[in-house]
Design a protein around this ligand. Sequence first.
Ligand code: SF4
Length: 358
Amino acid sequence: MNDIQTSLIDYRIPSENVPETISESLDSDERKLLIDKVRELLIKENGTVVAHYYTDPDLQQLADETGGYVSDSLDMARFGNESHASTLVVCGVRFMGETAKILNPEKRILMPDLEANCSLDIGCPPDQFSAFCDQHPDHTVVVYANTSAAVKARADWMVTSGSAVDVIRHLHANGEKIIWAPDMYLGDYVQKQTGADMVLWQGSCIVHEEFKGKELLEMKQQHPDAKVLVHPESPASVIQYADVVGSTTAVIKAAKEMDALKFIVATDRGIFYKMRQAAPEKIFIEAPTAGKSATCKSCAHCPWMAMNSLRKLADVLENGKNEIHVDMDTIERAQIPIKRLLAFSKIQNQAIYGNNDA
Ligand code: SF4
């Protein structure tokens, strides 16, 4: 297979492989019992909860109230590193648990559901990705945070949505050609921003690729006073109407700091919990997703993120199940691209933590 053929393979996952979105339904008594149980178990197990912005508000609230943390994936791992807890319960998707393990190999990492995955991770199988890299030996391999430990172990650099443009610009200035994986929309956005020579892996996020430019334009016309916040995993047809393009942390910050009172938001609707906390007086509207033709069964909500629940959280803490294991060889190799990013950001004097994304 030659380079061009390989680079054109579509690694987006078909809709039949996307699970149904099943959110937990609890009455107030059940919710209270579970929350009390988790609080007790966290103390008993010296554990803490780190949750992603896209998880259920109950989990985000519990993390906040028990001394845990709610953020994006790298920041979640960073918090885990600084925490005195010996058990981290990562409420998010699998690559987040693995990243937490890579940066905290001595800690026990549990997850409410090990089936909680990510279309970007699934769409970048390590063997195929490694073969792809082998076909471009003169390229620097840059992977997004939303990849498995094995894919990170094959990379030269890991980047986040908040750091991608700066890292690629730096590599481009050094005359380096780049393999980018796995998100083709984010890769396209970064390529346009930097003019770098990039070969793009053809993966996508099933949530963000469902936002639609034409419908967004119509919504903008109906709400001329609203600003549009877009995550760069979205297609260029959506990004073109953005007032701010940024990571989860960046769009929450924009919602808080911009003058506007109304925002149309193109990212997973789980983010509204933190957005409303950050700017309670403002109005947030979900950007439109496709209707009948949608491949994302959840539409603006990640079905894998929805697998995290209070009931499962209590269960894994009680029974010590769903532990994340990554072998030491992979950990050591995967630490290299992550630590390279951390060192780069330090030199650039950037606040990388809090600029990552899922
Ligand atoms: S929202 Fe998209 S990028 Fe985030 S975990 Fe779900 S599938 Fe992956």
